[in-house]
Design a protein around this ligand. Structure first.
Ligand SMILES: Nc1ncnc2c1ncn2[C@@H]1O[C@H](COP(=O)(O)OP(=O)(O)O)[C@@H](O)[C@H]1O
Ligand SMILES: [Mg+2]
Length: 340
């Protein structure tokens, strides 16, 4: 089944951004890192909004495009990728890709109806584990999307905060996962439970593929072993001058423990040569909401006044993150090439 004609480095790298806690800055990171890579590093990036809440879509589309798309009769969204499977029509051959005006990258926009497909994917997962072709085809839908999006450098998935069926299918399909996190106890739990879950799922899927009822009917996709690209920490909020030292200390303690939590729980998912802490994002106060209302990446927010100095900070932060991101991709890519 794995193809032989292409080397891993020729293919796009697919990365999902996961945390089982919401509000940790996932969507903001996905959109702004993708914009930085596109606008300042000449990369071709496709961002897929796989969160039924569609925050990314609302962020990156202009109000005009948003209205035009969602008031049309048959909006081309991520739903157009999943829905045909439930009616037995198989994979779509025409990905519903839209352009963003201000962010530079391409996007498969989100759809609240995606939430209705959680059950389909959950039920078909049970079939997939038992080798059922229909179940395997549904489970491998994002593998298929990635295979079709060959002309990109990176494919990013923004996801909702669950370990449900949709996110499982994404985690099984992508090359790497990145964990955006706030410095708090709940969001660090993402680091402790995801490794175990993925290990079991990969085994289940492999078993299903090996024992499939009709191997000739299996979709021709490359199977992967998920690797950990790293984590990005996000300052929880602006530090107030009078904030109790006790609270600041508690944050510092969590922050200090992260490297240990990562190496304890995820060491099987990355090589020792990789530094998993990709970087830290400062709280950029009013720049974040401004960039949302203007539908512009933080590095290019056109508003004047105090925004200019925050925009400068955002540029430094994202340029640093992009460099470290590409460095870690390179390290994992090299590791995969050496193994194959
Ligand atoms: N660096 C930042 N500085 C200030 N506010 C931020 C920053 N990153 C995200 N936010 C704000 O935090 C909220 C949650 O961010 P979001 O990216 O939607 O998180 P998630 O996708 O994890 O739910 C949003 O209102 C966003 O504007
Ligand atoms: Mg989000």
């Amino acid at each position: 089944m794995p193809r032989t004609s292409v080397t891993p480095s020729d293919l796009p790298k697919s990365i999902c951004f996961f945390n089982n806690k919401g509000g940790v800055g996932k969507t903001t990171l996905v959109a702004n890192l993708a914009a930085e890579l596109t606008l300042n590093h000449g990369k071709k990036v496709l961002v897929i909004d796989a969160d039924p809440q569609c925050n990314l879509t609302q962020y990156v589309l202009t109000d005009e495009d948003f209205l035009k798309i969602y008031t049309s009769k048959d909006p081309h969204t991520i739903y157009s990728v999943i829905h045909p499977l439930s009616t037995g029509r198989g994979y779509t051959t025409d990905l519903p890709i839209s352009k963003t005006k201000n962010f530079g990258f391409d996007v498969i926009i989100g759809d609240p109806r995606l939430a209705l497909k959680e059950d389909l994917l959950a039920q078909d997962w049970r079939e997939a584990k038992a080798g059922g072709i229909r179940g395997l085809r549904t489970t491998l839908v994002f593998h298929n999307v990635i295979e079709q999006a060959k002309n990109y450098d990176y494919i990013f998935f923004d996801m909702g905060p669950s370990l449900g069926a949709i996110n499982r299918a994404i985690l099984l399909a992508v090359d790497f996962f990145l964990v955006p996190m706030a410095i708090d106890i709940f969001s660090s739990w993402a680091l402790t439970n995801i490794g175990e879950a993925v290990k079991v799922w990969e085994k289940d899927l492999e078993f299903g593929m090996r024992n499939s009822e009709d191997p000739s009917e299996l979709p021709a996709v490359t199977m992967k072993k998920l690797r950990f690209l790293g984590y990005v920490t996000q300052q929880h909020k602006e530090r107030k001058e009078n904030e109790a030292t006790r609270i600041v200390e508690a944050y510092n303690n969590i922050s200090k423990k992260l490297p240990e939590i990562v190496s304890k729980n995820l060491s099987n998912f990355y090589p020792k040569t990789l530094n998993p802490h990709i970087g830290e994002i400062k709280h950029l106060a009013s720049l974040a909401p401004k960039s949302q209302t203007l539908h512009q990446p933080m590095i290019n927010v056109t508003a004047v006044g105090s925004y200019s100095s925050m925009r400068k900070q955002a540029r430094e932060i994202y340029s640093g993150l992009a460099a470290r991101f590409m460095e870690n991709v390179e390290i994992l890519d090299k590791e995969i090439r050496e193994r194959s």
